[in-house]
Design a protein around this ligand. Sequence first.
Ligand code: AHG
Ligand code: MN
Ligand code: MN
Length: 320
Amino acid sequence: MSQVKTLAEFIVERQHEFTYATGELSQLLTSFRLAGKMVNREVNKAGLAEDILGAQGTENVQGEQQQKLDVYANDLFIRLLRSQGMVCAVASEENDDIVHFDNGGKYVVTMDPLDGSSNIDVNVSIGTIFSIYRRLSTGDKAAMEDFMQPGTAQVAAGYIIYGSSTMLVYTTGHGVHGFTLDPSIGTFCLSHPDMTTPADGSIFSVNEGNLHDFSPGIQRYIDDCKKQRMSARYIGSLVADFHRNLMKGGIYLYPATAKAPKGKLRLLYEANPLAMIVEQAGGMATDGSARILELKPTELHQRTPLLIGSKAMVEKLRSM
Ligand code: AHG
Ligand code: MN
Ligand code: MN
């Protein structure tokens, strides 16, 4: 049997790559590792537990129906981050405002605790997306400026995919590493060291129901994918679509639509963390004109068009 390396061991081994104090990264990632396992447990028994499937009966700040699992995951990540002490505040897709911990922590976190909400009740892969920034402000509490940093300032980013197997993938700016949860021992084990994405691909992922809302350039690109007989693959969970394309090579598009003129996906919770990961893996992410990671956020729940994936595909789309 080849040697098994756990996520905890790997983080310790690589923590010299982390710009800030040794040990801080492992503490930071511990909350996500643990919460990921706990959400995974709920996801796996979702069909059996009456209190976890379905709508919560509330809306988030963006007017979207919250699912029970959205709220469960959000509360859990916040609880664990609060108790662990490194993070002083969190901005979540599910909270209107910044959640402060008042603990003097040196980091702030942004997250989409449960991505792919519409797929929860139908047994389709869902995920969690997170990113970590160094705090800039020096007052008692974290300030808005701490969250308005461009994606280039992320010190780490990652996602967890609750799929046919559960994986945690993260980067600190020194490559991308993937860990698969072994449910028999409840441990994330290194399964995908130094992940890279193919420079080109033959998968395009887009909600084509919106085709007639897209700009002529985007429509031409999609038509071109079809002329080349590429594969259309769209799950409707960004994490799952992104993960597949990262592994196989492809492009994911969520352009502006009539219903969502600034795009649907959120810069802080979805686009920035995945953009950091894709760039670390050799791919590219843009909003159509600018690099995602260089966008300067102006509000917490800011949306952005997102074109992300294999470099050759994103470059071709951009040229169109
Ligand atoms: P969330 O569940 O966190 O609100 O995110 C849903 C997002 C994303 O996961 C997915 O790619 C996209 O919405 C799907 O949108 P459409 O249903 O409009 O295609
Ligand atoms: Mn999402
Ligand atoms: Mn979500």
